[in-house]
Design a protein around this ligand. Structure first.
Ligand code: DQA
Length: 148
């Protein structure tokens, strides 16, 4: 059986996970966490991409967005600012799950609005790095739910 192709995309400043505001984002860097995810989901073909550049994130969504089975996207601060990325999520056919490590709704008001959510298959916030794992479980399940 061919494995489902899933890309995890992290946006700006998420390359600093483990060093950046650990009281909010934790102590683990994403590269290490990604290794554990790959072991945890042997039935998925998992790839990882991170960029601090809006255009690079757009290009990556365009590149995978008509062939991959899923995208897990933490757009970082672009979530709250980027109509261009929201348009890309709407344009592609691959379902996107929006993930935020922190509970954005318990933080500053400017973090409460996401331009992406409307176009996403689902949203996971405030579960720490476990949020990525929960998103991957959606594609790892054996029996599809009726909605997708
Ligand atoms: C974040 C929340 C955003 O508001 C913030 O700009 C980030 C990280 C999160 O994962 O909690 O960079 O997306």
């Amino acid at each position: 059986m061919t494995k489902k192709k899933i890309l995890i995309i992290n946006g700006p400043n998420l390359n600093l996970l483990g060093k950046r505001e650990p009281e909010i984002y934790g102590n683990q860097n994403f590269e290490d966490y990604f290794k554990t995810l790959k072991k945890q989901f042997p039935r998925l073909n998992l790839k990882y991409f991170q960029s601090n550049h809006e255009g690079a994130l757009l290009n990556k969504l365009h590149e995978v967005g008509f062939s991959y089975n899923g995208v897990v996207l933490n757009g970082g601060a672009f979530t709250h600012t980027s109509i261009a990325i929201a348009d890309a999520i709407a344009a592609i056919t691959t379902p996107v799950i929006e993930v935020h490590i922190s509970n954005v709704h318990a933080r500053e008001a400017f973090r409460h609005h996401s331009f992406f959510s409307k176009h996403c298959a689902g949203i996971i916030v405030g579960m720490g790095l476990t949020g990525y794992e929960l998103a991957l479980r959606f594609w790892d399940r054996k029996t599809p739910t009726s909605a997708f």
